[in-house]
Design a protein around this ligand. Structure first.
Ligand code: GDP
Ligand code: MG
Length: 437
């Protein structure tokens, strides 16, 4: 992957200590190849490498004590710049209802993105309404209705025939039902054609959206730039949502969009679940690409979930030890953050580790362990040390697992508990010292 390639280049530089011009030239050649192979637009690559090289070739960098470090920093800077420097948040106007319209080719991920956006806004305390304006695909409105139902957001379908009329109707519906944001999901075509563009223009004229966002599929590769540019020629829009960035797309198109079209990337979509739409932060994305990890993102996610109860729980665990119920909760939290994969992919070097595992991360263990814990009695969960051979066999039967599975969970619990014990004694030592002062 791009991250691996870039990291190999950086590793080579680090191994050198002092850098010569030839070292930098060769590193820049590697970076150029890596970007091209990741499908980044050739002109973007050319400019990027020229700028980066110029900044690296200064005496300041080459004669510094940590030249390789400086090169990495410059690449990071330039990559961030390429992606748009600062984030371009979705700003809702004071108009009620706010109207956000999604456009894009068929299959690009509009409907999925509409639902995710609705979910995100709902979590922020808004009351969104989804408007089903794709009247061409027979099951399009059903798809939206099902997904909307899953996240508890109403879907306006109107007569199901006239897209412009449905869009208009959805605004009235929102006003009547106190919904403060309308998200208009439109129809796409396999290719940009006259009819699709005209319909987009007509809907825009009818509902005057506050924001028009174009959804593009990361897998489109080089062609993303053409699609976005052609679209922009016919009707203006405010930003881009890049979908399917979780797939094995090389992602180069995403790296080119901002530079070539001048349109900011607002969100990236990283999966099929409703909570997998992320605000796009150029610096974090650049770090992710360089394998430096999105530690800030993880902390934010964790903070979102940590409430007073969890802090209370942590204190109790330190005091009384780690129960099976705690283990259940912990597994649920990891799942919520996208599973081990979701967390690993954001940690420094994590994406690399994942690639090396070749997707062999067994998330099913979670489900199995959950089933096992659910088969324990209350007493067993609170005091797992009472689980003897007989109990173990019963739990295995109840959860459809084997005693060996139960054993391995018990072992995990034992290790967790040992760790808690260590932390407890560390804490006691620390507070003991303070007490003596
Ligand atoms: P539309 O035709 O533009 O409305 O596209 P859809 O929203 O129906 O999406 C097309 C397909 O792509 C569906 O199977 C979605 O589940 C899938 N999809 C959409 N967004 C993502 C994403 O971010 N990640 C993944 N893995 N799949 C996605
Ligand atoms: Mg659709």
């Amino acid at each position: 992957s791009l991250s691996d390639r870039l990291n190999d280049t950086f590793d080579r530089l680090r191994g050198k200590g002092k850098l010569t011009e030839a070292d930098i030239t060769s590193a820049m050649r590697d970076i150029r190849m890596a970007l091209l192979e990741a499908d980044v637009n050739f002109k973007v690559v050319k400019d990027f490498v020229a700028k980066t090289k110029e900044r690296c070739m200064t005496a300041e960098v080459m004669e510094s004590l940590t030249p390789a470090q400086n090169v990495v920093k410059i690449v990071l800077d330039e990559l961030t710049e390429l992606l748009g420097s600062t984030e371009s948040k979705l700003v809702l106007s004071s108009r009620i209802p706010n109207v956000i319209m999604l456009v894009g080719l068929q299959g690009s991920g509009k409907t999925t993105a509409a639902v995710k956006l609705a979910y995100l806004l709902k979590k922020q305390g808004r009351s969104p309404l989804l408007a089903a304006c794709d009247v061409y695909r027979p099951a399009a409105a059903d798809q939206l209705a099902t997904l909307g139902g899953e996240i508890g957001v109403p879907v306006f379908r109107g007569d199901g025939k006239d897209a412009v009329e449905i869009a208009r109707g959805s605004i009235r519906e929102a006003v009547d039902n106190m919904r403060d944001v309308v998200i208009v999901d439109t129809a796409g075509r396999l290719q940009i054609d006259e009819q699709m563009m005209q319909e987009a223009v007509d809907i825009k004229r009818a509902v005057k959206p506050d924001q028009v966002l174009m959804v593009v599929d990361a897998m489109t590769g080089q062609d993303i730039v053409n699609v976005v540019s052609t679209f922009a020629e016919r009707t203006d829009f405010d930003g881009v949502i890049i979908s399917k960035l979780d797939g094995d797309a090389r992602g180069g198109g995403a790296l080119s969009v901002r530079q070539v079209t001048g349109k900011p990337i607002k969100f990236v979509s990283m999966g099929e679940k409703p909570d997998s739409l992320e605000t796009f932060y150029p610096d974090r994305m650049a770090k992710r690409i360089l394998g430096m990890g999105d530690v800030v993102g993880i902390i934010e996610q964790a903070q979102e979930m940590a409430d007073a109860k969890q802090i209370e729980n942590a204190k109790r665990m330190l005091r009384d030890g780690f129960t099976m119920d705690d283990m259940l909760e912990q597994m649920a939290a990891v799942k919520k953050m996208g599973g081990m994969k979701g967390i690993l992919s954001k940690l420094p070097g994590g994406q690399r580790a994942l690639n090396q595992m070749g997707g062999n991360l067994d998330e099913k263990i979670f489900d199995r362990n959950e089933a096992i814990i659910h088969s324990m009695t209350k007493a067993e969960r609170l005091k797992p040390s009472i689980i003897n051979g007989q109990r173990r066999a019963r739990i295995a039967r109840g959860s459809g697992t084997t005693p060996a599975d139960v054993n391995s969970l018990m072992k995990q619990w034992g290790e967790m508990n040992k760790m808690m014990g260590k932390m407890r004694s560390m804490q006691q030592q620390a507070s003991g010292k303070k007490g003596k002062k």
